[in-house]
Design a protein around this ligand. Structure first.
Ligand SMILES: [Zn+2]
Length: 298
């Protein structure tokens, strides 16, 4: 008998149908921001044992890699102020647990705003890996960061070296998140901490919106809850130090324009309204409590 799919968090084979959201990734490809809420690469199943949710059929690594390599989005550059403010808040949490501001590795660093902020705060060795050619070139050329264009989990890096390894909005994209944790464990030095930011599929907003939740998008293959990410980390030898909500700061205009994913006329009208009121550029970090950060030590 062929071995069927198992829960990526706890390993249970008891996966049950949960959300019917199968679609295709469309012409946009695997861009990190999308208006195509409520569409995934296959239907979503839920683990009867731990509550973790994941795609019923995982895309192949090749499918994902080819998409990420060409990913480009102007949104995340235009929203630099918000990205940096979010990064500072997250770094403060990491610094509360890290032994020192030494070597910090950002796996999937995108254009590098978190690393740039870490450098500002005295981290001695900020290093980033980013598969997107556009984003990694931005980090190197515009921010003068040590960022390599490469695969996150096969790139050669010094082992037992890093004081912090961070993955912001990455683990929910990985078909094999447990293998990623083993790699991170090998990269962390003594007392080093791992930090993750990811959607919280167990949050009230996620449960109420279900298939219409804004984190149900074609590039997400895992839907962790606080319980299931803890289960996965513990199975790979990590101890969770802190779990908290992790709201993102964006301009008011960005948030309102996201509403176009639900209704284009409404989103556009709200953006026009915000511009006319002069508040479109204002920073806003509403906490929908559906995005979490997890800090763990190996
Ligand atoms: Zn499970």
């Amino acid at each position: 008998m062929a071995e069927g799919p198992k829960c990526a968090a706890c390993g249970s084979p008891d996966l049950r149908p949960h959300l019917r959201v199968a679609g295709d990734m469309g012409d946009e490809g695997l861009i990190p921001t999308t208006d195509r809420f409520g569409t995934a690469l296959s239907d979503i199943v839920r683990c009867a044992s731990c509550g973790h949710m994941q795609l019923a059929r995982m895309p192949s690594d090749a499918e994902l890699e080819s998409g990420y390599a060409v990913a480009a989005s102007d949104d995340y550059v235009a929203e630099e102020a918000g990205q940096r403010e979010t990064a500072r808040r997250m770094l403060a949490r990491i610094e509360a647990h890290a032994l020192r501001r030494g070597a910090i590795l950002d796996l999937g660093c995108w254009v590098g705003f978190l690393l740039a902020e870490a450098r500002e705060r005295g981290w001695r060795e900020p290093v980033g890996i980013e598969p997107s050619g556009f984003a990694s070139a931005y980090a190197r050329d515009r921010l003068a960061l040590d960022v390599r264009t490469d695969d996150l989990f096969t790139v050669p890096l010094p082992e037992h070296h890093f004081d912090a390894v961070v993955l912001g909005d990455v683990i929910e994209h990985l078909p094999h998140p447990g293998e990623a944790l083993d790699r991170i464990a090998a990269l962390l030095g003594p007392g080093g901490v791992a930090w993750f930011a990811l959607p919280d599929a167990g949050s009230r907003v996620a449960r109420v919106l279900a298939a219409r939740w804004w984190s149900v998008i074609p590039t997400h293959v895992q839907y962790f809850t606080r319980g299931s990410i803890t289960t996965l980390l513990e199975r790979h030898g990590f101890t969770v130090l802190e779990i908290a909500t992790a709201p993102k700061a964006f301009s008011v205009e960005y948030y309102l324009s996201r509403l176009e994913g639900y209704s284009k006329p409404t989103g556009r009208a709200l953006v026009r309204g915000a511009r006319s009121l002069g508040v479109a550029e204002r920073m806003w970090a509403p906490d929908f409590r559906d995005r979490m950060m997890v800090i763990a030590r190996r």
